[in-house]
Design a protein around this ligand. Structure first.
Ligand code: PMP
Ligand code: PLP
Length: 429
């Protein structure tokens, strides 16, 4: 892979911070090292002394005074070594990337911690997207992605999709306007990036099948595309075995995968990961060096201690519990939808994630319905337009999250929504 052709001028111009390099070095040095380098403040002057964080049904996370000093201090930009290595092992066991391994002799894989996957995505786009570039994605898509991409001035091309995500035949059709032989030419307009949410898509709830991923990956090879696999709902797949990921089939090193702990450990702690080709992850880390420096050391230590005490088995057992919760919630939402919305709307049961994407049969645009009239009925959903490439395009959809409300609340919400729709239809009659 020639990664240079993918980089923006801004990203290519990033240089390592000499002080950050020293921090990485210091992280791996014995305590006998006397460092007069860096600009780390003295943690003895900090007011926080120690901490115990109670963990449900397991060992507590305990920071004694020594650990606390480390938790309050600067750390390396890739992430603290014990969390990075735990995550590398997890990625190896879950995805077993074909060529890729983290060891230099086997491959060119790298992993870094991000302050949530949103930060990772934003920095990935900044690294790869120039003004005027053609970027492929299956809309409707996560509004945070659009918020990060659109200001870069790229031309977003929609790839038609259904409840199984991107339709490979449609992607082939979209790409047919370009000649793969043109790819390496300077000034070529061939897209270089395909972004997708492969499981429990936000907002559509769509999940891609293995066959579709394989076909999309082959097209990515033909046109030398990078695939951004934004997979925060990977751990919320209701059916086992979980679908193989793009990362698991990445023989070339063209997949940048973003993972998130937001839906399984904590959304407020802000921890995510990028896994992908080392030359690209290294560029993201240069950006991190120049912006946040690193994800909170306190947060990383807290999560790392928990993961090390759980081990992979304990982690996956925790995930099973989370999945069970969301599966029940999904089922509750589906039965309430059947009860109240059958005549006025349609939907596909989501196989992952926390969203039901509901198409209202007789309403062309849900914007006004939700933003103006829903509050009067005391029910709130997201109008589908929020996820369109052009947010003012009409959308007959609403997104309902089954994550936070009780089954009783969900039922009452859909009763109110059905009422609202019926009222709106009387008005337009
Ligand atoms: N500005 C200056 C002048 C600094 O010396 C430093 C830290 N060495 C920073 C900004 C970054 O500070 P922070 O740790 O709050 O990101
Ligand atoms: N990507 C998608 C598809 C999401 O739905 C979300 C959160 O809603 C994110 C990324 C951001 O996640 P994080 O909290 O890890 O930044």
């Amino acid at each position: 892979m020639n990664y240079a052709r993918f980089l923006t001028a801004v990203s290519a111009a990033r240089k390592p911070s000499p002080i950050r390099l020293l921090t990485e070095l210091q992280q791996r040095s014995p305590p006998s090292l006397i460092s007069l380098a860096g600009g780390a403040p003295n943690p003895n002057t900090f007011p926080f002394q120690s901490a115990t964080i109670k963990v449900k049904g397991g060992d507590d996370v305990v920071f004694d005074e020594t650990v606390m000093k480390r938790a309050l201090q600067y750390s390396g930009s890739y992430g603290i070594p014990e969390l990075v290595s735990w995550m590398k092992n997890l990625q190896e066991s879950l995805h077993n990337p074909p060529t890729a391994s983290y060891s230099p002799e086997k491959g060119q894989m790298e992993l870094c911690v991000t302050t949530g996957s949103q930060e990772g995505l934003c920095k990935i786009f900044e690294m790869l997207v120039n003004r005027g570039d053609n970027v492929l994605l299956d809309a409707p898509t996560y509004s945070g992605t659009l918020a990060a991409l659109q200001p870069l001035g790229c031309n977003i091309i929609n790839v038609p999709s259904d409840q199984y995500g991107i339709i490979p035949k449609s992607l082939k059709g979209v790409l047919a306007q370009w000649d793969p032989a043109d790819v390496q030419n300077t000034g070529s307009t061939v897209p270089r990036l395909l972004y997708t949410i492969p499981n429990g898509g936000n907002p559509t709830g769509a999940s891609m099948t293995l066959e579709r991923k394989q076909e999309v990956y082959e097209l990515a090879r033909k046109y030398d595309l990078l695939i951004i696999e934004d997979d925060p709902y990977y751990f919320l797949q209701f059916q086992k075995p979980w679908a193989p990921t793009f990362l698991s089939m990445d023989v070339d090193g063209r997949v940048l995968r973003t993972d998130s702990f937001s839906k399984i450990l904590s959304s407020g702690l802000r921890v995510g990961f990028i896994t992908g080709p080392k030359p690209l992850v290294d560029r993201v880390v240069l950006h991190i060096q120049a912006s946040t420096m690193h994800t909170s050391t306190f947060t990383q230590l807290m999560i790392s201690q928990l993961l090390h005490s759980w081990g992979q088995d304990g982690f996956l057992k925790h995930i099973d519990g989370v999945i069970e919760f969301y599966r029940c919630q999904r089922n509750a939402m589906l039965s309430s939808a059947d009860k109240w919305l059958k005549d006025v709307a349609e939907w596909h049961p989501p196989m992952a994630g926390m969203f039901l994407w509901i198409k209202l049969k007789d309403i062309k645009d849900t914007q006004q319905l939700i933003m103006e009239r829903a509050l009067e009925k005391e029910v709130l959903l997201v109008p589908g337009g929020a996820f369109n490439i052009n947010s003012s395009d009409p959308s007959p959809y609403v997104r309902a999250a089954f994550s936070l409300s009780t089954p009783q609340q969900i039922d009452e919400a859909f009763r109110r929504l059905a009422d609202l729709i019926k009222d709106a239809m009387c008005l337009t009659d």
